[in-house]
Design a protein around this ligand. Sequence first.
Ligand SMILES: Cc1ncc(C[n+]2csc(CCOP(=O)(O)OP(=O)(O)O)c2C)c(N)n1
Ligand SMILES: [Mg+2]
Length: 625
Amino acid sequence: MAIRLTMAQALVRFLAAQYSERDGVEQRFIEGCFGIFGHGNVAGVGEALFERPELITYYQARNEQAMVHAAVGYARMRNRLSTVACTSSIGPGATNMVTGAALATINRLPVLLLPGDVFAARPVDPVLQQLEVPWRGDASVNDAFKPVSRYWDRITRPEQLIPSALQAMRVLTNPAETGAVTLALPQDVQAEAYEYPANFFEKRVWSVPRVEPDSRALDRAAAMIHAADRPMIVAGGGVIYSEASNALRQLVEMTGIPVGETQAGKGSLPHDHPSSLGAVGATGTMAANRLAREADVVIGIGTRWTDFTTASHTVFGNAHVHFINLNVLDFDAHKNSGLALVGDARAGIVALGARLRGYAVDASYRDLAARLNKEWDREVDRLYHLGHGPLPAQSEVIGAVNEAAAPRDVVVCAAGSMPGDLHKLWRARDPKQYHVEYGYSCMGYEIAGALGVKMAAPDREVFSMVGDGSYLMMSSEIVTAVQEGIKLIIVLVDNHGFNSIGGLSRSLGTDGFGTQFRFRKNGSLGLDSDTAPGAVLPIDLVANAASLGAEAVRVRSVDELRGALERARQATRTSVICIEVDRYEEVPNYESWWDVPVAEVASAESVTAARREYEKARKKEQRYL
Ligand SMILES: Cc1ncc(C[n+]2csc(CCOP(=O)(O)OP(=O)(O)O)c2C)c(N)n1
Ligand SMILES: [Mg+2]
């Protein structure tokens, strides 16, 4: 039997029938579709969603980049087992999604992007917003998605949808391959009809297997751990996506191997577990970084080993350190010349645990980890309750939010000085509580990503922590949250500029150049002192948030913040709580470094001095061969 449908109608029907399954639990894979319409999708995908609204819920967004962020937040919260599709027009609507695609692919999170594309039949070249490349007739701006997609296709004939849609689903549901999947949809082909076979639209379940690593590789890994004096685990996002926290905890309690966590892996163990060292690397705790320094065997589980995790190849400082990498993607499993255990994190932990039965680290090493855990907890307490004035410190704001959050509530962040501070200071009590996007560290993810998180977990409160720079870059999805009745608690931390980069710039000798929100010339408001050159820009962030429909307040102390957080918890609407912090009161570094090259020649003595320090520090970088 065949059904005559447009390509866009067929796509919507197909997507509505896709399911994922792991451990016997099934869920719809495409939970809805974000979209902004233009001539490139209004009559194609737009018509298809309009015709059958019961198949896939449509969510209007404000910004195409933001809607991809929201889809990513959703997919991460659902451990990659479902996502939200994104439809855009051609041209700028499409390319606005490229940043979101890169973010999804880098973080290994599934999103399905459906940018409109120019006419396949090309009756009227160039159509509005078409890129013309004189030597290449088939070029379009959607080619820009290729390097940031894990699967890319352009559907130039309606029947071509059948193989492409199946490939798209294969990649999206494969944890080793997943990321952004882009199906570019020429505007004429979206509206073209074809006799689709009926069984293309039947329910299809994509099973996500738990592949066990090769048994000989597991034997070798167990032997390496047996022979080690100071083994250490680094838990990455893969632990959480694989729902391996309990398995990890059992392994750790049996063996006493301590655990450091990456940004995506934070929450793998509860913060107060005696073997939890917390964050490791450039934004690491003194507990994790101290043990990392001497670890001789480092077992990375579900980590991509970014420069932040290794503190630019310095934090694992033992000259003879070796890595074991358990990862679903062999590309990641082979990093740092590691012994590759290619497979699912949970299955791999269980299989390794079976080979380590009876093994445990020295009691003194286990005790040292427990002592460092307690010491670190006291340091967090100190930073949570500094009593800094007149403006509070950012660490106190983080403390107030952490103490206002119930164990299952979620904190969302992405860029600026907060991700590093949160990595160190947030006390995670649930594997899904800590949601900091630090693969792409994309300013603008904070509110949009939080929207997706809340859609995926409506029973949890979602706290979005956003800097004033990120807020000004992308606060647009507050409107979407209000429209959809999705409640967020947004904590807007104001330090009048790009403070993280300001601090970095000061440490590299360039005095915070270009990072503060200040008047260059006398402001247009007049010549009084408030608008004099160098005066802080009078940006009314509270009025801005209120104008978008949020319940917006400014608080002036940590006590006021606690009260506002409590009221925001009780509220049903999205709140924005704005608090100014002391930009110079930073959370310390704990024996870490990050490689950011300094000018080799410069006229400023501050820069040449920073270069000397840089050259000294860089000598500690290892190759991990
Ligand atoms: C889209 C994007 N552009 C630029 C950067 C580089 N960058 C990282 S943090 C930052 C400043 C963020 O300012 P704000 O949100 O106010 O946070 P703060 O650093 O003040 O804590 C910039 C420009 C980025 N991460 N993402
Ligand atoms: Mg700022």
